[in-house]
Design a protein around this ligand. Structure first.
Ligand code: 5CA
Ligand code: ZN
Length: 409
């Protein structure tokens, strides 16, 4: 699939700082020191409804990661998937009487437009589950041949007991895993499984559902976790720097993915850091397509909200926090954007070299965007109160906010 157009990232004077980031797997903060090319995989949407603020917030977190790396003069190799065939997508298409491919295509088009409007940097490889099937089938066959997968009425399951590191990403106990598995696409109650947690790798064709040639697996469609493993290993290889997504992906998705990859390659973990964004809520509950309590990015844009204000609203929360979307969050962001624009539209101003370093320091310390905003706010208030006579300052602040925060002033 094609991704979306990239916005230009201005180069800043001096050099950025290496990223320190919270890693779910080691339960601490680690300093990542990638080579000249940093590698990141971000779990993308299941396209059965429009991009909501939760998706945008998670995208924002991983966009910041890339901006920190680019500021260190590294290149970034970024891969994202689209789960363009899975139960929830097929169920929604069925419910609404739509063709599932058209639904997926329509929502993916909208997602690209939202990402473009929000100035999220595009992945170099934007890969759909369907187009990844030829790469998924041989991995499932290898897992089966290694004795790590088994057949249950034609479906192929992964045996979590084949991975000595299982649990090493989420560190949850068996009961918590069981509950989350039931909630998030697993089938712990299905009789005949070796372990209730075992996830499906390949689902045999069901009547009325789409299916593909699975070679020795028979016709069917891929499981969710192997999809991301196949795409990540194909485009990034083992030991890439970050696997990212929302915290709802810690278990089972990223745990199972790490397990599949461990058995396939003998290495653990697949990513040097497992990074998770907090959940955005609306009316006290996680914003989710299945609950339907959603604020769509496209609806905000249609109602005339500047995408830069949406971006500032996302940035005003730390990426690891769970937070609530409210009208006040957006109103504050709109007001902040207006103040920042007024401040940089002056012909000269307060020297801003220190501000560049403050923003760099904030973001490199586990992506502390609220601290970065506070630093810019301080410069803006002094600037609006009188400022100085440095002619390069407003331009430097604009470029800093653009390069490191993705906000065009
Ligand atoms: N296609 C899979 C990942 S392989 C999936 O989870 N799709 S999704 O459409 O449900 O979510 C897309 C991304 O947005 C995931 O990283 C998910 O963790 C994140 N996300 C979903 N809901 C929220 C929310 N309310 N707040 C923050 N992030 C969210
Ligand atoms: Zn994924």
């Amino acid at each position: 699939m094609h991704a979306w157009p990239a916005s230009e990232v201005p180069a800043l004077p001096g050099k950025g700082r290496d990223l320190k980031i919270h890693d779910t797997a080691t339960q601490g903060t680690i300093t990542l020191a990638p080579g000249p090319v940093a590698r990141i995989y971000v779990c993308g949407i299941t396209p059965y409804d429009a991009t909501h603020i939760g998706h945008a917030a998670t995208s924002n977190a991983f966009d910041l990661v890339q901006r920190v790396w680019l500021d260190t003069k590294r290149q970034v190799h970024y891969v994202q998937n689209v789960t363009d065939v899975d139960d929830p997508l097929l169920e929604r298409a069925q419910r609404d009487g739509h063709d599932w491919t058209e639904l997926a295509e329509r929502e993916t088009v909208l997602f690209r437009e939202d990402m473009t409007a929000l100035r999220m940097l595009p992945p170099q490889h934007y890969i759909g589950a369907v187009e990844a099937i030829p790469g998924i089938v041989p991995l499932v066959e290898r897992l089966r041949d290694a004795g790590a997968a088994y057949d249950l009425d034609g479906d192929v399951y992964f045996s979590v007991e084949s991975d000595p590191h299982f649990g090493g990403v989420s560190h949850l106990d068996a009961e918590a895993m069981r509950l989350l598995s039931a909630e998030r696409g697993g089938d712990p109650e299905r009789p005949g499984k070796k372990n209730p947690l075992d996830p499906m790798l390949w689902m045999a064709a069901r009547p009325g559902e789409p299916s593909w040639d699975g070679g020795s697996l028979g016709r069917g469609r891929p499981g969710w976790h192997i999809e991301c493993v196949a795409i990540a290993l194909d485009h990034l290889g083992m030991g890439f720097d970050i696997q990212g997504g929302g915290s709802d992906l810690v278990f089972p998705h990223h745990e199972m993915g790490a397990s599949h990859a461990q058995v396939l390659t003998g290495e653990f973990p697949m990513a040097k850091a497992y990074v998770h964004a907090g959940m955005v809520a609306l009316h006290g509950e996680k914003m989710s397509k299945s609950r339907g309590n959603l604020v769509f990015v496209s609806a905000l844009r249609r109602s005339g909200v500047d995408p830069a204000a949406i971006r500032l609203a996302l940035l005003s929360h730390h990426y690891r926090a769970d937070w609530e979307w409210t009208d006040a969050v957006l109103e504050d962001a709109v007001a902040r954007l207006a103040r920042w624009r007024a401040a940089v539209s002056r012909p000269d101003g307060l020297p801003a070299d220190a501000l560049v370093e403050e923003v760099r320091a904030a973001l490199s310390a586990d992506l502390d965007a609220p601290a970065a905003l506070a630093a810019v706010d301080r410069w803006v208030e002094l600037q609006l109160a009188g400022g100085g006579d440095d002619e390069s300052a407003p331009g430097l602040v604009s470029r800093t906010v653009d390069a490191l925060l993705g906000v065009a002033l």
